[in-house]
Design a protein around this ligand. Structure first.
Ligand code: PLP
Length: 439
């Protein structure tokens, strides 16, 4: 496509044109969206999936490809916000779910599957001495935070501005008006002295500090080793718990980021791909904490949840960890992600565009700014219009990625899909080079 030198042509104008082309190319998605608006506010039941003029309505998926209602095919780099690591049709997972279905679902009692999955967690994640399962990452974090308060007998919690820990524990751009009313103190991510001072100031009342070791939706920005070391030391001194939210990042090495970095948080939370593509969450950690849930103990903590041990999720989760996302597969996928990130950064550099692709391994985010990014709030240095424009540009080229410009790898991807993404990215950057920030 030719470079665009029109006067008054800026990111907002380019985005408006891209949206008009999108609407023209996707009439069936448009009609389905209008229909959805009759039953759901804004036709939506997951805020993160909305983008104007309306989201593509997905008809089906196969391997690492998605097909929409208008018959377009996309390579899927959105990967269900990291949960879709196995792709859409991994035979070992489908077989495991079918086998579980044939033995009956919603049984209403324990099965041997939950113990098997618990043992897989223990062998994979060094911080997990004991574990409990939930239905989502949000639920895992809620329970972990409530557990920290119960076992320490303290009220206060520290979190980091711009972070996301679930739909009601959200400190980022989605707003916090629906958050559960925990007494939070917020610090800046990677601000060693600020967070140290905050921990010391409320040490007597502090139950836990929660963070993602690399922020996922908050920009794929990693915590520095010095920041993590300070948090470990200061929480220990304060008698508070250090919680790692590894709902997204546990995929980044065979043992999550805490395993890769040799850090021992007191509690770690999980979700996403670990359910094999079905609804899932988990929290685990030190035996001394988790044993408080032992129902044989007087005064045990209670944690109910009708579907905590649903057999379909357990079957998919076990098959995934045992047969597909093995430690070797995790290492390979993340090496592919590191190589891709380097290539995408090379594209930006060669085009003279100010931008950076941050991340670790198979999770990365494009930020079309040259400014330093050290905290999830810094994602806001790129305007929503600019993120929207890149999103639309990649959709037009057959590459589905998250609106926030996050790119995630899945196991069915080969060099064909990865080379294709790099080519599409290069082409999109070239198309809009004249209205993008210059390096
Ligand atoms: C870091 C993090 N924690 C928690 C959650 C919440 O998980 P769920 O959507 O399964 O409730 C998410 C979801 O994106 C997440 O990214």
């Amino acid at each position: 496509m030719p470079d665009d030198m029109r006067q008054n042509y800026d990111v907002a104008a380019a985005l408006a044109e891209a949206e008009a082309r999108f609407a023209e190319a996707n009439p069936k998605s448009g009609a389905a969206y209008a229909d959805a608006c009759r039953g759901m506010p804004g036709g939506n039941t997951r805020t993160v999936l909305f983008y104007p003029p309306y989201p593509l309505m997905l008809a089906r998926g196969e391997g690492c490809r998605l097909f929409d209602l208008d018959g377009h095919a996309y390579v899927d780099f959105q990967v269900e916000q990291t949960a879709g690591i196995y792709g859409h049709s991994e035979a070992k997972i489908l077989d495991a779910v079918r086998a579980a279905m044939s033995e009956g679902i919603t049984l209403g009692g324990p099965t041997v599957r939950e113990a098997r999955l618990a043992s897989l967690f223990q062998s994979r994640f060094p911080a997990v001495e004991l574990v409990r399962f939930t239905n989502s990452g949000t639920e895992a974090n809620l329970l972990a935070l409530a557990t920290a308060r119960a076992v320490t007998g303290r009220e206060k919690l520290i979190g980091f501005k711009g972070s996301y820990h679930g739909s009601v524990i959200s400190f980022g751009p989605y707003g916090n008006s629906l958050n559960v009313p925990f007494p939070w103190t917020f610090c800046r991510y990677n601000d060693i002295e600020g967070a140290r001072a905050a921990i010391r100031e409320i040490a007597q009342d502090l139950a836990a500090v929660i963070l993602e070791p690399m922020t996922g939706s908050g920009g794929c920005i990693r915590a520095t080793p010095e920041f993590i070391a300070m948090l470990r030391e200061e929480t220990e001194k304060a008698g508070a718990l250090l919680m790692f939210d590894e709902v997204m990042t546990s995929r980044l090495s065979p043992g999550g980021l805490h395993g890769a970095w040799g850090v021992k948080p007191d509690i770690v939370t999980f979700g996403k791909y670990l359910g094999g593509g079905l609804t899932f969450g988990a929290f685990g950690g030190k035996a001394a904490i988790m044993e408080r849930f032992d129902p044989r103990r007087p005064g045990a903590l209670a944690h109910a949840g009708t579907f905590n041990n649903n057999v379909l999720t357990l079957a998919a989760a076990i098959a995934g960890l045992e047969e597909v996302y093995t430690p070797a597969a995790a290492t390979k996928l993340n090496a592919a992600g590191d190589a891709l990130r380097e290539r995408l950064n090379g594209v930006l550099k060669a085009a003279g565009v100010a931008g950076q692709v941050t991340g670790i391994g198979s999770m990365m985010m494009v930020h079309l700014t040259g400014e330093a990014l050290t905290s999830p709030e810094d994602s806001g240095k790129v305007s929503p219009d600019l993120r929207g424009l890149l999103h639309m540009a990649m959709i037009e080229r057959g590459y589905y990625m998250a609106r926030r410009n996050m790119i995630v790898l899945s196991l069915p991807m080969t060099a064909v899909e990865i080379d294709g993404l790099v080519g599409a990215f290069e082409d999109a950057i070239r198309q809009y080079r004249d209205i993008l920030p210059r390096a």
